[in-house]
Design a binder for this molecule. Structure first.
Ligand SMILES: [Zn+2]
Length: 466
C-alpha cells in the first residue's frame, strides 16, 4: 500500500505537539521531566489507540450505501436490516466498526458483506493478530504467552485464545501436508512432475528421529483410566542440504573434525515435518514432502539415522536408491558401552576402545565385529554389539563416506527434535492432548522451516475460523 507521507508527517506533528503539551503540564505540576522510557510507553499506548480507532473508522468507511436485498449463500434472498456495530480483536485491541447487516432469509442465516470481504468474524481475532498470537504460542508455553504478549501488544489476551490460534496454524499446516500427501499419490501429478521436475539438488540429505511427548492417558480396553500419563513418540523428519563451513566460522567441534581430515559441513535449507503417528502413516508424509524437494529424483540422496529399524525400513521402501549412513556418534557409543562392560582394567579398556574406534573410523567394520565377537562369550553387551554392527555394516563404511565428503553425524535431526519437541513440548509439567501436541509441533516446524508465511496466507484467506 502507498501512503501519503506528507499526511503521516502532519499526523506525527500533531501527536508531537500533544505530547509536548502533556510533558510541560507535568513538569509544571510535579517539577520533573518524564524519562524517555515513560515517553516511549505513553507514545506506544497513544499510537495503539490511534491505530484502533483508525482501523474501526476505515472498516466503517468501506461500507457503501446498502442495497435493499442481496443473495444469500443458500441461494435465497437476504433483506437489509440496519447498520449494525461489530467488534473484532485486532493487533490494536478491541476494534469496533459499523456495517450493513442483512437477514430474513428462509434459512435463518444473516450476514454482513463487509465481514466477508475482509475475512472478519465478530468477536474473534483478526488474521493479523492471529499471526502474532501463534508466533508467541510456538515460542512460549500457553500459560506464559499472555504475559509476553501483554508487553508487546499492550492489551490482554487469554491463554485459551493463544492456544486456539496456535493450534489453528498447526491445523493449517496439517491441511497443507494432507494436500501434499494426496498429490503425491496421484499418478497424473507424478508423471507431470517427471516431465517438469524443477530444481534438483545435486546432493540431498534426509533424516528421521523421534522424541517422547507426555500425553494424557489413552483409554485402555476394559480398563478405567488408571495411568496418570502416557508417552507418545513424536516422529520428526528433516530434508536438508549441506555447505562447507569456512575456517573462520568453525566451532571448536567443527575444527576438531577438520583436524581429523573430515570436511566441516553444516546443514542449510532445513525443512522439518512431524507427527504422532504409526511408521506407515509417517511414510506417506516422508514420500509427499520428499516430492516437494525432488528427493526421489536426486542423484545423490543420503539418509542419516541412529540405527532404529523402523527408520531404515521406511527409507528402503520409499527411497531404495538412497545411501544409508548410521550416525557416527551413535555407532561410536556402542563401542564405549562394550568397553565399559567388558574391561574393569582402565588401560585395557582404553586400548581396546582406541583400536576399535579407529577401525570403525576407517570403515573396517568386520574388524570391529571380530573384536566384539572375541568378548561375546562373557559379555552380553558385546554379543548385542555383534548383532548391531552386523546389521548396519554397509551403513558404517565411514572411510568411503568421508572420502566422498558426506556428513556422517545426525546432529541436524537431533537439533530438530530438540527445537520442536524438547524446547516447546517438554516444558516442566506439560501434559498434552495428542491433537494439541501435534498441531503445536506442526506450527513450530513450519516456522523453523521458513513456511510460516504460507500458513499466514492460508489463515488470511479463511473467511471464518475453522
Ligand atoms: Zn439463506
Amino acid at each position: 500500500m502507498n501512503y501519503n507521507t506528507e499526511m503521516i508527517k502532519q499526523a506525527a506533528e500533531q501527536i508531537a505537539e500533544m505530547f509536548k503539551t502533556a510533558v510541560i503540564t507535568q513538569q509544571q505540576s510535579s517539577g520533573s521531566m518524564p524519562t524517555i522510557a515513560q515517553v516511549e510507553a505513553d507514545l506506544r499506548e497513544a499510537l495503539r489507540q490511534i491505530g484502533n480507532q483508525a482501523l474501526g473508522l476505515f472498516l466503517s468507511s468501506m461500507q457503501t450505501t446498502p442495497e435493499e436485498e442481496i443473495t444469500c449463500s443458500c441461494g435465497g434472498i437476504l433483506h437489509y436490516q440496519r447498520m449494525r456495530e461489530a467488534t473484532v480483536i485486532s493487533v490494536f485491541g478491541k476494534t469496533t466498526y459499523k456495517r450493513a447487516y442483512y437477514a430474513g432469509c428462509t434459512c435463518k442465516e444473516g450476514k454482513a458483506p463487509i465481514d466477508e470481504q475482509f475475512g472478519l468474524e465478530p468477536g474473534a481475532v483478526t488474521a493479523g493478530l492471529a499471526m502474532l498470537l501463534a508466533l508467541a504460542g510456538i515460542g512460549f508455553s500457553y500459560d506464559t504467552s499472555p504475559k509476553w504478549l501483554q508487553a508487546y501488544l499492550l492489551f490482554d489476551i487469554s491463554e485459551n485464545t493463544v492456544r486456539s490460534e496456535t493450534e489453528q496454524m498447526g491445523a493449517l499446516q496439517e491441511k497443507r501436508e494432507e494436500g501434499l500427501i494426496q498429490q503425491s499419490q496421484d499418478e497424473g501429478y507424478l508423471q507431470q512432475r517427471l516431465r517438469h521436475p524443477g530444481q534438483i539438488a545435486p546432493r540431498l540429505y534426509g533424516s528421521i528421529d523421534a522424541a517422547k511427548v507426555r500425553t494424557e492417558p489413552r483409554a485402555k480396553k476394559g480398563k478405567e483410566k488408571e495411568d496418570h500419563e502416557d508417552w507418545r513418540d513424536m516422529k520428526v523428519l528433516c530434508w536438508f542440504e549441506t555447505e562447507t563451513v569456512p575456517p573462520s566460522q568453525r566451532s571448536k567441534c567443527q575444527q576438531k573434525k577438520a583436524d581429523r581430515e573430515q570436511t566441516a559441513l553444516r546443514a542449510k535449507n532445513k525443512q522439518y515435518f512431524c507427527d504422532i503417528t504409526e511408521a506407515n502413516e509417517f511414510g506417506k508424509l516422508l514420500w509427499a514432502t520428499g516430492c516437494t524437494v525432488n528427493a526421489d529424483l536426486c542423484p545423490d540422496l543420503v539418509f542419516l539415522g541412529d540405527g532404529a529399524t523402523w527408520i531404515w525400513n521406511l527409507v528402503t521402501k520409499y527411497y531404495p536408491h538412497a545411501k544409508q549412513i548410521v550416525d557416527w556418534y551413535h555407532a561410536e557409543e556402542h563401542l564405549e558401552v562394550v568397553a565399559t562392560a567388558a574391561f574393569s582394567d582402565l588401560i585395557q579398556r582404553k586400548t581396546w576402545l582406541e583400536e576399535t574406534t579407529q577401525a570403525l573410523w576407517d570403515g573396517q567394520v568386520e574388524d570391529v565385529i571380530a573384536a566384539c565377537k572375541a568378548l561375546s562369550q562373557t559379555c552380553l553387551q558385546a554379543s548385542q554389539a555383534v548383532t548391531y554392527f552386523t546389521n548396519n555394516k554397509e551403513r558404517m563404511r565411514y572411510d568411503r563416506f568421508r572420502a566422498a565428503g558426506y556428513m556422517i553425524g545426525s546432529g541436524t535431526i537431533e537439533s530438530g527434535c530438540k527445537q520442536i519437541v524438547t524446547q516447546r513440548l517438554k516444558l516442566p509439567g506439560a501434559q498434552w492432548i495428542v491433537v494439541g501436541a501435534v498441531h503445536t509441533a506442526k506450527a513450530r516446524s513450519a516456522w523453523l522451516s521458513g513456511h510460516w508465511q504460507n500458513l499466514c496466507a492460508l489463515r488470511s484467506a479463511l473467511p471464518l475460523a475453522i
